[in-house]
Structure formats: C-alpha cells, structure tokens
Design a protein around this ligand. Structure first.
Ligand code: SAM
Length: 216
C-alpha cells in the first residue's frame, strides 16, 4: 500500500541518516529510485529494509546504507563521468544517475548486465551505459573518470583504476579492500602529490573476480 511504502522509505532514510548518510542529494536519490524494481519478487516485502538482498547468479544488491555512504563519498555535484564496477541489479548505477552523473557500469555476468540494462531503460535512466567484461581492468574506452566506485571486494587496488582516474584533484576511487570475508571501505583521492588514502570502516562484499582481483 502507498502509505506503508511511504512509511518504510521514511524509516529507511532516518536510519541511514543516523548512521552517517548526511548528504541531502544522496538521501533524495535513495528515496526516489524505486528499490522494489531492482529486487527479486520473493524479496519485495524487504525492498525498503536496510539490508543487502539476494539477486541472480548468487550475487547481492547492496545494503542502502552502504550505497548511501559510497555515493556520498564520491562528492558528486552533477555531470561527472563515473565508472562503476559490479552492476549487479543496476540499483547503485540508478542512484548515481539520479545524482546527475553519466555512468558507465561493468558486470561480469552477461545475464545480470542484460536485466540491469532493461530495468534502467524502463525506468528512464538514459545516462547509464551497461557493459559486460572484467571490471578489474576498468573501461579505458571512456576514461578518464571523475570517480570509480567498486561494489565488490578487492584484495588490493587494481592498477588500471589509478590510471583511468582523472588527474583533476578531488577525483576519487571508492572500493572495499581486504580479505575475502571482511574488508575496509577505502577512498583514494587524487591530490597534486598522488593518491590520498582514507578508510570509512569495515564492510562485507561479494568478491571482485578477475585478472586484477580474486581468482575464481
Ligand atoms: N552495485 C550492485 C547493485 O547495485 O545491485 C551490487 C553489486 S554486487 C554486491 C557485486 C557485483 O560485482 C556482482 O554482480 C558481481 O557479479 C560483480 N563482479 C564481481 N567481479 C567483477 C568483475 N571483475 N567485473 C565486473 N563485475 C564483477
């Protein structure tokens, strides 16, 4: 029911706001993108819960709090070109598009990429390009990127990301790095003197599998 949905959205926003998502534009984007369009039918009742949920190919749609923190960490103002690694359902890409970004998003499973492309098109997100490939190599065709956001866990920062990140100070890579069972959410920010490293705390993501990530 519409009232229940409105109440669930309000509760989610207040929960993630208390947990650190302070950026108004990010909160508005999260309340605008219909998360129910990105989850499986069996998860519809939990679409607005602050939880990661299962999607096809044994993957997940990330927890809204993490989507909020990662989106906020990019400090977008609108019109930036962003590379996302790990399209999954397409939800994070839709949030970035809502924030005004031009998004290139890579997924290694063709079936997930195809579903995400269809969804994003149906919802009218024309500024998102979904491509299939090994995202650990980035996507040099459209580089440089103002931001690179990685929604799967990497053992280390893949070299191509630094190469494909814009030289403009303030450009950022947001990526979970660490062991397979726990990582730290890292921000690498371009400065005049190289990349500055910051941690946003512990997180848990599915593995980034590829040439510059984990082996299958
Ligand atoms: N951002 C997604 C969303 O909003 O639904 C959630 C992503 S899910 C946590 C991680 C995704 O990364 C999975 O769909 C997985 O197949 C993908 N992935 C893992 N390794 C990859 C790689 N090397 N290149 C591209 N995608 C990869």
């Amino acid at each position: 029911m519409a009232d229940t949905r409105t109440r669930q959205i309000k509760q989610l926003l207040s929960e993630i706001n208390r947990a650190g998502v302070r950026n108004r534009r990010v909160l508005t984007a999260i309340s605008t993108v219909p998360r129910e369009a990105f989850v499986r039918e069996t998860s519809l009742a939990d679409a607005w819960a602050n939880r990661a949920l299962p999607i096809e190919e044994g993957q997940t749609i990330s927890q809204p709090l993490i989507v909020g923190l990662m989106s906020q960490a990019l400090e977008l103002e609108g019109n930036e070109r962003i590379l996302e690694i790990g399209t999954g359902s397409g939800y994070q890409a839709a949030i970035l598009a809502e924030l005004g970004a031009e998004v290139v998003t890579i997924e290694r499973y063709p079936r997930l990429a195809e579903r995400a492309r269809e969804r994003l098109e149906e919802l009218g997100y024309s500024n998102v390009e979904v491509v299939v490939g090994d995202g650990t190599l980035g996507w040099p065709e459209r580089a440089p990127y103002h931001g690179i956001i990685v929604t799967a866990a990497a053992p280390h920062l893949p070299r191509p990301f630094e190469e494909q990140l814009s030289q403009v100070p303030g450009s950022r890579i947001v990526i979970p790095i660490g062991r397979a069972d726990e990582q730290e959410l890292m921000i690498y920010e371009r400065t005049k003197d190289g990349l500055r490293e910051m941690s946003l705390g512990p997180v848990r993501f599915v593995p980034l599998i590829g040439q510059e990530g984990w082996q299958e």
